[in-house]
Ligand binder design. Sequence first.
Ligand code: NAI
Length: 329
Amino acid sequence: MKIMFYSTKPYDRYWFEPMAKDYGFEIHFVEMRCDEETVSLAKGYDAICIFVNDYVNAAMIDRLHEMRIKGILLRCAGFNNVDLKAAEGRIHVLRVPSYSPEAVAEFAMALLLTVNRYTHKAYTRTRDFNMNINGFMGTDLYRKTAGVVGTGKIGQAMIRILKGFQMEILAFDPYPNPSLDVNYVSLEELVKRSDVISLHCPLTDDTKHLVNEKTISLMKKGVYLVNTSRGALIDTEALIDGLLEKKFAGVGLDVYEEEEGVFYEDRSNEIMQDENLVRLTAFPNVIITSHMGFFTKEATQSITQVTLENAYALETGKPLVNEVLPERG
Ligand code: NAI
C-alpha cells in the first residue's frame, strides 16, 4: 500500500516510519495541509493520511475517487473535517476512536496546576534570578469541589486524578454512568457549586457554547475553568467578558474556537490577526496551549498502530472496525 501523508511534523515520522516498514507500506510524507490544491499530490497512491486541521470536502472526494484512492486514514478521533456523505460508497474513511484518555486528563490537570500555582511564570522569574514570589499566590485544591462535564473515557481519567487531590466531584453527562462514584447533578448546579470546572464532552450542536454568558454568570467568583476538549464548547467573547469582570481565578485552554490554521504552526514572525486570541494570551491568569493534550509517547504510538492497522484492513479486505459512516436520519 502506498500512502500520501499530509501535514507531516517530525514527530509523525518518529513512529510512522519504522512501523510502516513492518507492514510493508510505502509512505510519502509532505508538510503541506491537505486541501483543494494539494489533493492532486495523492495521484498514484492508494490512501491518504490526514490530521485534525486538514480537510476533505465533496469536490476533493470526487478528485480522490477519480485518482482511485481507496481510503482516507484519519490519524485522530474527530472526523468533522471530512465530507462523509460524499465519501460514502466510494472511499472508506477510517479513524482512531480512542488512544490514551490518561494523556489528555493528565494534561488537563497540568493546565489547572500551572494556572493555579504560576509555575510557568515562576520558571521565567527564577531564570533571571528574580526570586520574588509576589503575585503567585494560588489556592489549595484539597477538599475543593470539581465539576466534570462529560464522564466518558477522558472525564473518568480526570475524575481519578481529581480524587487523588481529595476533591469532591460533581459531574454532568446526559448519559450518567451508574458505576462511577460521583455525584451527578444538572449542568446548572455543577457550574454554581464548582471551584474547578473541566470540560470533557464532545463538540455537538447541544454542547456548542456550553460555557456562555449565562453559565458564566452562574459560576462562583474565583472559579478555575479548563478546556481540553474542543474550542467551540466555550463562547470566546463571553469568556473574555468574564475574565474582564474578574470572574475567573484561572483559565487553562488546550483548544480554541478559531484554532484551525493557527495551532500547530509557527506564526511567531507574523502579525496575529485573531484579536480574541491576542486578548486571551494577554490575561495573566490564562494559559493557552496548542491542542497537545494527546501528545505523549503512549498516545502517539497507539495512534500510529491503529492508523496502520486500519490501512492493513483496507489492503487485505478485513473488517473495517474503525470506519466512519455518515449519520442516518
Ligand atoms: P467519550 O466519547 O468517551 O466521552 C464523551 C462523554 O461526553 C460521554 O460520556 C457523553 O455521554 C458525554 N456527553 C455527550 N453530550 C454531552 C453533553 N451535552 N454534556 C455533557 N456531556 C456530554 O470521549 P472522550 O474520549 O472522553 O473524549 C472527550 C473529548 O476530548 C473528545 O470529544 C475530544 O473533543 C476531546 N479530545 C481532546 C484531545 C486533546 O488533545 N486535547 C485528544 C482527544 C480527545
